[in-house]
Design a protein around this ligand. Sequence first.
Ligand SMILES: *[C@@H]1O[C@H](CO)[C@@H](O)[C@H](O)[C@H]1NC(C)=O
Ligand SMILES: *[C@@H]1O[C@H](CO)[C@@H](O)[C@H](O)[C@H]1NC(C)=O
Ligand SMILES: *[C@@H]1O[C@H](CO)[C@@H](O)[C@H](O)[C@H]1NC(C)=O
Length: 407
Amino acid sequence: MALPGLMSFSALTLFLLLPHHASSLSSSGRNIAIPPVYGICASSVIVHGYKCQEHEVTTNDGYILSLQRIPEGRGSGRSNTRKPPVIIQHGVLVDGMTWLLNPPEQDLPLILADSGFDVWISNTRGTRYSRRHISLDPSSPAFWNWSWDELVSYDLPAVFDYVFSQTGHKINYVGHSLGTLIALASFSEGKLINQLKSAALLSPIAYLSHMHTALGVIAAKSFVGEITTLFGLAEFNPKGLRVEAFLKSLCDHPGIDCYDLLEAITGKNCCLNSSTVDLFLMNEPQSTSTKNMVHLAQTVRHGVLAKYNYVRPDYNIMHYGEIFPPIYNLSNIPRDLPLFISYGGRDALSDVRDVEKLLDILKFHDEDKRSVQFIEEYAHADYIMGFNAKDWVYNNVVSFFNRQLNR
Ligand SMILES: *[C@@H]1O[C@H](CO)[C@@H](O)[C@H](O)[C@H]1NC(C)=O
Ligand SMILES: *[C@@H]1O[C@H](CO)[C@@H](O)[C@H](O)[C@H]1NC(C)=O
Ligand SMILES: *[C@@H]1O[C@H](CO)[C@@H](O)[C@H](O)[C@H]1NC(C)=O
């Protein structure tokens, strides 16, 4: 069966790397200590007149993740009360900076800070400011030996534990794309629930069976095995030569239009400002692991949310004690967990039919704990960079969080 997932995620990166080859990202995979002045706080938050602190959290499997905290807004806000914390989690192949590319009055983290929240921006392992480990070097394959299962098992719990210990408050969560999938998978296992107040899921992905992209035809010919053979257990660096060559070869297939790939992959975004897209191209994409890309492709192919499939039954038995990988059963998400879901009619990654499948699974959710928004005009990237996302989405997220304050 076809594997459009891997192909389309990869192809997105091709679009991104072609026009802007120069980049501040080290492609050598060396472990570089980044002075705070170059961090996200300095480059993208403090410049707008907000306080911002760089934090660091170590996962139980040794990855050192960077977090940015914006403790308060520019106005007075809830100045005398303890502010409720919010964790903001990006998707795959980008990092936390992706939330900060519009003018400040349009950026979700700053809007939340100005609305009285204590904002924490998370950066997944492998991305620019989270490329460190207590013993492994990013140049070694072992550093990249993980998929989104480990984001569920290690990254999210480490970030939640840290923010909870720093603030003593239950946490509101905003995820986009892969940031929604790892949250839903966690909730289905009962993880994070005790520290969570509510969750907002933008462009949710849990099922990917209907993802429609221009690359569907070529993807049908490609298989996970090929990719693993090509890259092994390694970094998937969209700006690296091997990934570039691989993606170029895909674009040589007849009928594949790599010129307009952002649109072909994410859908026809209605509301991106070209100066924001330029910034995006300068700052992203970011590395992930090849194993993570393969796991996402498996999610597309199998139509169920399951742990990483080692394909060989003996390997699956070694890791899971079963021939097939265990599933994340979304029916187990607690029905009283406040959920805000927003999805777009033009989103090619988070297809309307797949979101409807998710909503169907959540249909027994307590009605007053479930808030669903559909935006006909929106595609995948509008949710992070749309110039009107404040009016259309973020204001609703803020009022949703405010309604849950007494949970
Ligand atoms: C990758 O991790 C698995 C455990 O999840 C382990 O069995 C395997 O040896 C590791 N491979 C490398 C190269 O670190
Ligand atoms: C697009 O960005 C530029 C530069 O920040 C700004 O001047 C312009 O008003 C923006 N357009 C919209 C529709 O937000
Ligand atoms: C998922 O959980 C629900 C309720 O807990 C159960 O009825 C259903 O059989 C489970 N699905 C699978 C595939 O295990």
